[in-house]
Design a protein around this ligand. Structure first.
Ligand SMILES: Cc1cc2nc3c(=O)[nH]c(=O)nc-3n(C[C@H](O)[C@H](O)[C@H](O)COP(=O)(O)O)c2cc1C
Length: 321
């Protein structure tokens, strides 16, 4: 039977399918269920910069669930309990954008037993005076601050909205990132036209959203010394195979697990093993990156070259000639 063992952020994982940061990873019970279903690693919900502000620290109420406002006490306790109860790597997650003391919290997460840290820089710049390079500098500044605070492996969860993502990826690696998670999913607010108000809208992803991470993983594979994780749109065995072929070290899942429950992981991994066995692969490594930009005869397929061809493939395009 095919061997699913994988390395991510220098850590040994039993499988390349990882449960990304979500409410499912916010309780010990949820984490145990994910490990039992075959998760290669788990990423805890984020501890937000806002929860680490001095005024927030005074009123935190540690309960069973960590993340989403429960405060750092509950979070550290979850990291400790998870590290003790699970044998797969436990990745803590910090979410912040500003320059401030919160970044130093990375050291506390390391002490609590986190095997690695994921840093989600969720930043929407609406200031016309701020240039693209100012925003990039800001990202790098935050990454450097967190890097200084801890020695455990650090992954940065990125947005796809950079003018030159390949360049930014290199700068993040120089700033101390050991892994890149492609991508963070921005939740765009919607408008309610009857109530005349702006509404937060959280919709789960579908497999069609996989194309964006797929392209960038294929482009970034082996460009920098950094682990790559695919996040957004990984739902099925086929999706996992695609991101591995593009060059991802791991495939992360949230929406599929929220929709189908943690046991969905088991079905995906059974499918993955069957496919690998059926196609003569003994390990995931043998497959990884076989369809990355560097491995295919026409690398332009991942860039502009395929643009006209794609548009022309629509039946209506024939009418113009
Ligand atoms: C309800 C919910 C909560 C989430 N919480 C976090 C979080 O705390 N930190 C984070 O980095 N990502 C968070 N995410 C984003 C997921 O980790 C993931 O990147 C995103 O859902 C895209 O992956 P998917 O297509 O597999 O859902 C959350 C997503 C959902 C749906």
């Amino acid at each position: 039977m095919a061997d699913l063992r994988t390395r991510y952020l220098g850590l040994e994982l039993p499988s390349p399918v990882v449960a990304s940061s979500s409410p499912l990873t916010g309780t010990l019970d949820g984490l145990r269920r994910l490990e039992a279903a075959g998760a290669g690693a788990v990423v805890l919900p984020s501890l937000f910069e806002e929860e680490l502000a001095p005024e927030a620290l005074a009123g935190a109420d540690p309960g069973e669930r960590a993340g989403y406002g429960a405060g750092p006490g509950a979070y550290l306790s979850l990291v400790e309990r998870a590290r003790e109860a699970l044998s797969i790597p436990v990745v803590a997650s910090l979410n912040g954008v500003s320059r401030g003391g919160w970044a130093g919290y990375a050291g506390r997460l390391e002490e609590a037993g986190a095997d690695a840290l994921e840093l989600n820089v969720y930043y929407v710049s609406s200031r016309p005076g701020l240039s693209g390079s100012d925003v990039e500098w800001h990202y790098l500044d935050v990454v450097r601050a967190v890097r200084r605070a801890t020695r455990i492996p650090l992954a940065v969860k990125l947005s796809p909205y950079f003018s030159s993502l390949a360049n930014m990826a290199g700068q993040l690696v120089e700033a101390g990132a050991n892994g890149l998670v492609l991508f963070n999913r921005f939740y765009q607010p919607d408008l309610d036209i009857e109530a005349m108000e702006v509404r937060p809208a959280l919709e789960l992803s579908t497999s069609t959203e996989l194309r964006l991470p797929l392209r960038w993983i294929a482009i970034l594979h082996r460009r920098h010394r950094v682990s790559l994780a695919a996040s957004t749109g990984v739902h099925t065995t086929e999706d996992v195979l695609k991101v591995l072929l593009a060059g991802a070290d791991v495939a992360m899942m949230t929406s599929a697990l929220l929709r189908n429950g943690p046991d969905h992981l088991r079905a995906v991994e059974v499918g993955l093993r069957d496919w690998l066995d059926g196609h003569g692969y003994e390990t995931v490594d043998q497959l990884r990156g076989r369809l990355s930009q560097r491995s295919i005869p026409d690398p332009g397929t991942f860039e502009r070259a395929n643009y006209i061809k794609t548009l022309a493939s629509h039946p209506a395009s024939g009418a113009r000639s």
